[in-house]
Design a protein around this ligand. Structure first.
Ligand SMILES: NC(=O)CC(=O)C(=O)O
Length: 293
Protein backbone atom coordinates (compact mmCIF):
# COMPACT_ATOMS: atom_id res chain seq x y z
CA UNK A 1 0.00 0.00 0.00
CA UNK A 2 1.54 3.31 -1.07
CA UNK A 3 -1.03 5.72 0.38
CA UNK A 4 -1.79 7.02 3.82
CA UNK A 5 -4.79 9.01 5.06
CA UNK A 6 -3.66 12.20 6.81
CA UNK A 7 -5.88 14.23 9.14
CA UNK A 8 -5.11 17.78 10.27
CA UNK A 9 -6.87 18.88 13.44
CA UNK A 10 -7.53 22.62 13.48
CA UNK A 11 -8.61 22.82 17.11
CA UNK A 12 -9.79 25.79 19.15
CA UNK A 13 -7.21 26.32 21.88
CA UNK A 14 -8.25 27.94 25.17
CA UNK A 15 -6.50 28.98 28.35
CA UNK A 16 -7.18 25.75 30.30
CA UNK A 17 -4.30 23.38 29.59
CA UNK A 18 -6.05 20.24 30.86
CA UNK A 19 -9.12 21.01 28.75
CA UNK A 20 -6.93 21.65 25.68
CA UNK A 21 -5.25 18.28 26.01
CA UNK A 22 -8.57 16.52 26.64
CA UNK A 23 -10.06 18.11 23.55
CA UNK A 24 -7.02 17.23 21.43
CA UNK A 25 -7.40 13.57 22.43
CA UNK A 26 -11.13 13.61 21.64
CA UNK A 27 -10.46 15.05 18.18
CA UNK A 28 -7.70 12.51 17.54
CA UNK A 29 -10.25 9.75 18.26
CA UNK A 30 -12.70 11.35 15.85
CA UNK A 31 -10.08 11.56 13.08
CA UNK A 32 -9.05 7.94 13.67
CA UNK A 33 -12.68 6.83 13.48
CA UNK A 34 -12.79 8.38 9.98
CA UNK A 35 -9.86 6.26 8.82
CA UNK A 36 -6.90 8.61 9.36
CA UNK A 37 -3.62 6.79 10.01
CA UNK A 38 -1.43 9.87 10.42
CA UNK A 39 -2.94 12.68 12.48
CA UNK A 40 -1.47 16.10 13.25
CA UNK A 41 -2.29 18.71 15.89
CA UNK A 42 -1.48 22.44 15.64
CA UNK A 43 1.35 24.53 17.06
CA UNK A 44 0.88 25.33 20.75
CA UNK A 45 -2.25 23.21 21.18
CA UNK A 46 -2.07 23.00 24.97
CA UNK A 47 -1.30 26.68 25.56
CA UNK A 48 -2.29 30.04 24.12
CA UNK A 49 0.37 31.22 21.66
CA UNK A 50 2.43 34.09 23.04
CA UNK A 51 5.75 34.69 24.75
CA UNK A 52 3.88 35.72 27.94
CA UNK A 53 2.36 32.22 28.22
CA UNK A 54 5.20 29.87 27.37
CA UNK A 55 6.85 29.65 30.81
CA UNK A 56 3.58 29.19 32.71
CA UNK A 57 2.34 26.44 30.38
CA UNK A 58 5.69 24.75 29.85
CA UNK A 59 6.39 21.21 31.01
CA UNK A 60 9.06 18.58 30.45
CA UNK A 61 9.01 16.24 27.46
CA UNK A 62 8.18 13.49 28.24
CA UNK A 63 5.58 14.92 30.63
CA UNK A 64 1.84 14.96 31.28
CA UNK A 65 0.81 16.23 27.83
CA UNK A 66 2.96 13.81 25.86
CA UNK A 67 1.78 10.96 28.13
CA UNK A 68 -1.83 11.68 27.09
CA UNK A 69 -0.83 11.84 23.43
CA UNK A 70 1.07 8.59 23.64
CA UNK A 71 -1.96 6.89 25.19
CA UNK A 72 -4.40 8.16 22.58
CA UNK A 73 -2.04 7.21 19.71
CA UNK A 74 -1.93 3.68 21.13
CA UNK A 75 -5.67 3.48 21.74
CA UNK A 76 -6.40 4.64 18.17
CA UNK A 77 -3.47 2.76 16.56
CA UNK A 78 -2.30 5.83 14.66
CA UNK A 79 0.82 7.87 14.05
CA UNK A 80 0.30 11.15 15.90
CA UNK A 81 2.23 14.38 15.25
CA UNK A 82 1.67 16.09 18.56
CA UNK A 83 1.51 19.68 17.30
CA UNK A 84 3.78 21.61 19.58
CA UNK A 85 3.91 22.55 23.23
CA UNK A 86 6.17 24.82 25.28
CA UNK A 87 8.83 22.41 26.54
CA UNK A 88 10.82 23.10 29.70
CA UNK A 89 14.18 21.39 29.97
CA UNK A 90 16.07 22.52 33.06
CA UNK A 91 14.63 26.03 32.76
CA UNK A 92 15.32 26.32 29.03
CA UNK A 93 12.15 26.67 26.97
CA UNK A 94 11.61 25.27 23.47
CA UNK A 95 8.68 25.05 21.06
CA UNK A 96 8.58 21.28 20.70
CA UNK A 97 6.78 18.71 18.60
CA UNK A 98 6.71 15.04 19.63
CA UNK A 99 5.56 12.19 17.41
CA UNK A 100 4.00 8.91 18.59
CA UNK A 101 3.75 5.52 16.87
CA UNK A 102 0.63 3.32 16.93
CA UNK A 103 2.16 1.40 19.87
CA UNK A 104 2.46 4.64 21.88
CA UNK A 105 6.24 4.95 21.57
CA UNK A 106 7.71 8.41 21.05
CA UNK A 107 9.48 8.16 17.70
CA UNK A 108 10.50 11.78 17.12
CA UNK A 109 11.04 15.02 18.96
CA UNK A 110 11.60 18.26 17.03
CA UNK A 111 12.30 21.71 18.44
CA UNK A 112 11.41 24.78 16.36
CA UNK A 113 14.61 25.74 14.60
CA UNK A 114 13.85 29.24 13.29
CA UNK A 115 12.35 31.40 16.02
CA UNK A 116 9.58 33.84 15.11
CA UNK A 117 11.22 37.24 15.53
CA UNK A 118 9.55 39.81 13.32
CA UNK A 119 8.50 43.44 13.28
CA UNK A 120 5.91 44.65 10.77
CA UNK A 121 5.38 48.20 12.07
CA UNK A 122 1.81 48.95 13.05
CA UNK A 123 0.80 45.34 12.47
CA UNK A 124 2.74 42.77 14.44
CA UNK A 125 5.83 42.59 16.58
CA UNK A 126 6.81 39.16 17.90
CA UNK A 127 10.04 38.05 19.54
CA UNK A 128 10.00 34.34 20.34
CA UNK A 129 13.71 34.46 21.09
CA UNK A 130 12.97 36.58 24.19
CA UNK A 131 11.88 33.38 25.95
CA UNK A 132 12.57 30.38 23.70
CA UNK A 133 15.74 28.68 22.59
CA UNK A 134 15.93 27.27 19.06
CA UNK A 135 16.38 23.60 18.21
CA UNK A 136 19.30 22.62 15.99
CA UNK A 137 18.26 19.23 14.68
CA UNK A 138 16.41 18.02 11.58
CA UNK A 139 13.95 15.28 12.48
CA UNK A 140 12.24 12.69 10.27
CA UNK A 141 10.18 9.58 10.94
CA UNK A 142 8.50 6.84 8.95
CA UNK A 143 4.71 6.41 8.99
CA UNK A 144 3.94 3.31 6.94
CA UNK A 145 5.06 4.02 3.35
CA UNK A 146 5.61 7.69 4.05
CA UNK A 147 8.80 9.39 5.24
CA UNK A 148 7.91 12.60 7.06
CA UNK A 149 10.02 15.64 7.96
CA UNK A 150 9.07 18.07 10.73
CA UNK A 151 9.07 21.85 10.94
CA UNK A 152 7.14 24.33 13.07
CA UNK A 153 5.43 27.45 11.70
CA UNK A 154 8.15 30.04 10.96
CA UNK A 155 10.37 27.16 9.75
CA UNK A 156 8.09 27.05 6.70
CA UNK A 157 9.63 30.30 5.47
CA UNK A 158 13.06 28.70 5.15
CA UNK A 159 13.30 26.78 1.88
CA UNK A 160 16.46 25.04 3.04
CA UNK A 161 14.69 22.97 5.71
CA UNK A 162 12.19 21.42 3.29
CA UNK A 163 14.91 20.94 0.70
CA UNK A 164 17.07 19.04 3.18
CA UNK A 165 14.12 16.81 4.04
CA UNK A 166 13.44 16.18 0.34
CA UNK A 167 17.09 15.24 -0.15
CA UNK A 168 16.77 12.84 2.78
CA UNK A 169 13.90 11.10 0.97
CA UNK A 170 10.88 12.62 2.72
CA UNK A 171 7.54 12.49 0.93
CA UNK A 172 5.80 14.91 3.29
CA UNK A 173 6.73 17.79 5.58
CA UNK A 174 4.30 18.55 8.41
CA UNK A 175 4.33 22.05 9.88
CA UNK A 176 2.20 22.65 12.97
CA UNK A 177 1.87 26.42 12.69
CA UNK A 178 0.02 29.52 13.81
CA UNK A 179 0.31 32.37 11.34
CA UNK A 180 -1.61 35.51 12.24
CA UNK A 181 -4.04 37.98 10.68
CA UNK A 182 -1.21 39.94 9.01
CA UNK A 183 1.08 37.24 7.65
CA UNK A 184 -1.59 34.54 7.29
CA UNK A 185 -3.56 36.01 4.38
CA UNK A 186 -0.34 37.14 2.69
CA UNK A 187 1.94 34.12 2.99
CA UNK A 188 0.49 30.98 4.67
CA UNK A 189 -0.88 29.26 1.59
CA UNK A 190 1.77 30.50 -0.82
CA UNK A 191 4.57 29.18 1.36
CA UNK A 192 3.04 25.72 1.53
CA UNK A 193 2.66 25.61 -2.22
CA UNK A 194 6.16 26.96 -2.74
CA UNK A 195 7.72 24.30 -0.51
CA UNK A 196 5.62 21.58 -2.19
CA UNK A 197 6.49 22.69 -5.72
CA UNK A 198 10.19 23.29 -5.07
CA UNK A 199 10.58 19.81 -3.70
CA UNK A 200 7.77 17.93 -5.46
CA UNK A 201 6.52 16.67 -2.13
CA UNK A 202 3.44 16.83 0.10
CA UNK A 203 3.23 19.70 2.59
CA UNK A 204 0.73 19.93 5.45
CA UNK A 205 0.30 22.93 7.72
CA UNK A 206 -2.01 22.72 10.73
CA UNK A 207 -3.12 25.79 12.67
CA UNK A 208 -5.21 26.38 15.76
CA UNK A 209 -8.72 27.65 14.97
CA UNK A 210 -9.13 31.42 15.01
CA UNK A 211 -10.09 33.03 18.32
CA UNK A 212 -10.79 36.73 17.84
CA UNK A 213 -10.59 37.23 21.61
CA UNK A 214 -7.06 35.81 21.95
CA UNK A 215 -4.00 38.02 22.37
CA UNK A 216 -2.56 36.38 19.23
CA UNK A 217 -5.23 35.72 16.61
CA UNK A 218 -4.36 32.68 14.49
CA UNK A 219 -5.18 32.71 10.78
CA UNK A 220 -6.42 29.11 10.68
CA UNK A 221 -6.80 27.86 7.09
CA UNK A 222 -5.01 24.55 7.70
CA UNK A 223 -4.27 22.79 4.45
CA UNK A 224 -2.52 19.94 2.69
CA UNK A 225 -0.78 20.57 -0.62
CA UNK A 226 0.30 17.89 -3.11
CA UNK A 227 3.57 17.47 -5.04
CA UNK A 228 1.92 19.13 -8.06
CA UNK A 229 1.34 22.24 -5.93
CA UNK A 230 -2.38 21.51 -5.77
CA UNK A 231 -4.41 22.15 -2.60
CA UNK A 232 -5.80 18.75 -1.62
CA UNK A 233 -7.63 19.78 1.53
CA UNK A 234 -8.27 23.13 3.13
CA UNK A 235 -10.46 24.59 5.82
CA UNK A 236 -11.44 28.10 6.86
CA UNK A 237 -10.89 29.40 10.41
CA UNK A 238 -13.29 27.41 12.61
CA UNK A 239 -12.50 24.25 14.54
CA UNK A 240 -12.49 21.38 12.04
CA UNK A 241 -10.65 18.31 10.82
CA UNK A 242 -9.52 17.95 7.22
CA UNK A 243 -8.40 14.78 5.45
CA UNK A 244 -6.12 14.06 2.47
CA UNK A 245 -4.49 10.99 0.92
CA UNK A 246 -0.69 11.03 0.91
CA UNK A 247 -0.08 8.96 -2.22
CA UNK A 248 3.56 8.03 -2.79
CA UNK A 249 2.72 6.76 -6.29
CA UNK A 250 1.41 10.19 -7.24
CA UNK A 251 4.55 11.85 -5.86
CA UNK A 252 6.74 9.51 -7.95
CA UNK A 253 4.62 10.21 -11.02
CA UNK A 254 5.07 13.99 -10.62
CA UNK A 255 8.83 13.55 -10.17
CA UNK A 256 8.96 11.40 -13.33
CA UNK A 257 6.84 13.81 -15.37
CA UNK A 258 8.94 16.82 -14.41
CA UNK A 259 12.32 15.31 -13.47
CA UNK A 260 13.85 18.22 -11.56
CA UNK A 261 16.01 15.91 -9.51
CA UNK A 262 17.99 14.80 -12.61
CA UNK A 263 18.18 18.24 -14.09
CA UNK A 264 19.80 20.30 -11.37
CA UNK A 265 22.87 22.15 -12.66
CA UNK A 266 25.03 21.26 -9.70
CA UNK A 267 28.03 22.00 -11.95
CA UNK A 268 27.16 25.72 -12.05
CA UNK A 269 25.43 26.40 -8.73
CA UNK A 270 28.62 26.91 -6.78
CA UNK A 271 29.27 30.60 -7.48
CA UNK A 272 31.66 33.07 -5.94
CA UNK A 273 30.08 35.99 -4.14
CA UNK A 274 28.66 38.05 -7.07
CA UNK A 275 29.69 41.31 -5.47
CA UNK A 276 33.28 40.15 -5.14
CA UNK A 277 33.43 39.04 -8.79
CA UNK A 278 31.94 42.33 -9.89
CA UNK A 279 34.72 44.19 -8.09
CA UNK A 280 37.35 41.97 -9.71
CA UNK A 281 35.84 42.37 -13.17
CA UNK A 282 35.57 46.13 -12.98
CA UNK A 283 39.07 46.65 -11.67
CA UNK A 284 37.67 49.51 -9.59
CA UNK A 285 36.91 49.66 -5.94
CA UNK A 286 33.17 50.11 -6.49
CA UNK A 287 30.52 50.36 -3.82
CA UNK A 288 29.05 46.88 -3.99
CA UNK A 289 25.84 48.06 -2.36
CA UNK A 290 24.94 50.34 -5.21
CA UNK A 291 22.82 49.04 -8.05
CA UNK A 292 24.83 48.04 -11.14
CA UNK A 293 23.02 47.13 -14.37
N1 LIG B 1 4.11 32.13 14.25
C1 LIG B 1 5.16 31.81 13.51
O1 LIG B 1 6.04 31.12 13.95
C2 LIG B 1 5.31 32.29 12.12
C3 LIG B 1 4.39 33.26 11.53
O2 LIG B 1 3.33 33.61 12.02
C4 LIG B 1 4.85 33.83 10.25
O3 LIG B 1 5.90 33.43 9.75
O4 LIG B 1 4.20 34.72 9.72
Amino acid sequence: MSALRLALIQMAVGTNKTENVKKACKLVKEAASKGAKLIALPECFNSPYGTQYFKEYSEPVPGPTTKSLSEVAKECQVFLVGGSIPENENGNLYNTCSVFAPNGDTIAKYRKMHLFDINVPGKIFFQESDVLKPGNTFVTFNAGPCKVGLGICYDMRFAELAQIYAKEGCHLVVYPGAFNMTTGPAHWQLLQQARALDNQMYVAAVSPARDEGATYVAWGNSSTVGPWGDILAKTSHEESIIYAEIDIGRLEEVRQNIPLNNQRRLDVYSRPNPCESLKEMSGYNIDVNQHVD
